[in-house]
Design a protein around this ligand. Structure first.
Ligand SMILES: NC(=O)c1ccc[n+]([C@@H]2O[C@H](COP(=O)([O-])OP(=O)(O)OC[C@H]3O[C@@H](n4cnc5c(N)ncnc54)[C@H](OP(=O)(O)O)[C@@H]3O)[C@@H](O)[C@H]2O)c1
Length: 374
């Protein structure tokens, strides 16, 4: 029994690894991986590559061919059970003569769910709940979109060792080294929108493009470029900013009704305007993230600055935190974060560290919040 538990974990981790080859092209679908194993040997593997394309199970079955009969299928997400863009994967597994199905995470999608029940009903041996956390992490953008009805938020903070994002004179380029900056461009390519506050747009005049990536890397992520999104309630952006050049990459600015009048001329340059309703900061941010999701921008990469990052964390709207720390000390300067509403150590916001490694001279920590989705 212990041997089987160990083996199931091993192969499910392999399915997660395979599923992670998926890119933003799968959205709005989840990233999913599947491996088929016969007598301890992998006979087929597949991952969902593109929305509308075959699901991971179908590709793994095709790769295995006749060796699928009698095999165990390890699937990171419950197989779909409906005729959507493709036929139900639960039926494909049954038709191929798979002997057992091992599932990582349940699919809460109202139309697609029910695959596990259908397999059980047809007499299939089903094992559930194997490496669930890793499988949910693989599908985290999809699960957040579905359960929280908003875009998934990945926040990047590039800081000195003493937690500063800019020096005392306001300069912040470059705190981190070239390898870390290239990593940031890879994150941008994987997301649908890059979000900043008006302060960063005005102070740094960033391009937020993908210029550091090789053409081969870019083709993996498809032809479209992430939309640049700016929160500018007062309407302070001006036509001379790089973000207002929309020839290569779209820009969407959320502003108040008053800000809209000021920003209207930017529409001639192709900048799109959307309204932020009156209200408190938390409600405004929830509105923006819900609206981005409805626009098909499912994964948002926030690059600061301090005020916006603080507001998102305070509202508990950050799903993944990527902290890149340079081995530099700035002393005085802009702190990465302001008031998070934490007044005692017991109230500290707690995170799980998922990854920790060096990027050139810098350190990268990827962390996720320990909480149910809101
Ligand atoms: N090292 C890094 O990773 C990094 C990254 C980015 C920026 N920076 C540095 O950070 C500094 C800029 O930071 P910042 O804090 O001044 O600017 P910011 O966070 O980029 O922008 C702040 C502005 O965003 C707007 N905003 C809209 N909705 C908001 C909300 N719910 N909560 C908070 N702000 C909201 C506000 O203007 P309205 O009231 O007009 O809407 C606010 O003044 C610069 O020095 C820049 O170089 C560093």
């Amino acid at each position: 029994m212990a041997g089987r538990v160990f083996e199931d974990s091993h192969w499910m981790r392999r399915a997660v690894e395979v599923g992670a080859r998926g890119t933003r092209l799968v959205r709005p679908n989840p990233k999913v991986g599947c491996v088929l194993v016969q007598d301890g040997v992998e006979v087929g593997a597949g991952y969902h590559m593109q929305v509308g394309g075959p699901h991971a199970e179908v590709l793994a079955l095709a790769a295995a061919g006749p060796r699928a009969r009698g095999a165990t299928a390890y699937v990171t997400l419950e197989p779909c059970n409906h005729f959507g863009r493709t036929p139900p994967c639960s039926q494909a597994l049954l038709a191929a003569g798979v002997a057992r199905v091992v599932l990582g995470a349940r699919d809460p999608h109202p139309q697609a769910q029910g695959g596990a029940a259908a397999l059980l009903q047809a007499g299939m041996a089903v094992t559930e709940g194997v490496e669930t956390a890793a499988c949910e992490q693989l599908a985290e953008v999809f699960l957040t979109n579905l359960l929280s009805q908003r875009a998934f938020v990945q926040l990047k903070l590039a800081t000195s060792l003493d937690g500063k994002i800019a020096a005392a004179d306001g300069t912040s380029r470059w705190i981190t080294g070239p390898a870390a900056r290239q990593l940031v461009h890879r994150w941008r390519a994987e997301t649908d929108a890059v979000l900043i506050g008006a302060g960063t747009a005005l102070m740094d005049d960033p391009k937020l493009d993908l210029r550091l990536l090789a053409p081969r890397t870019l083709t993996l992520h498809g032809p479209s470029r992430p939309t640049r999104v700016v929160l500018d309630r007062r309407g302070q952006l001006h036509a001379g900013l790089h973000l207002c050049d929309t020839a290569q990459q779209p820009t969407l600015v959320y502003t108040s009704a008053r800000g809209r009048d000021r920003l209207a001329p930017l529409e001639q340059q192709g900048v799109q305007l959307a309204e932020i309703p009156e209200g408190d900061s938390d409600a405004q941010l929830r509105h923006v993230l819900g609206d981005l999701q409805r626009r098909g921008l499912h994964h948002v990469f926030c690059e600061g600055g301090a005020k916006l990052a603080t507001a998102l964390l305070r509202a508990d709207l950050v799903d993944r935190l990527d902290l890149v720390q340079a081995p530099k000390l700035l002393g005085l300067g802009t702190a990465a974060l302001g008031d998070l509403g934490v007044t005692s150590i017991d109230a500290a916001l707690s995170w799980h560290v998922d990854e920790l490694h060096r990027v050139g001279e810098d350190l990268h920590i990827a962390a996720r919040r320990a909480r149910p989705r809101t």
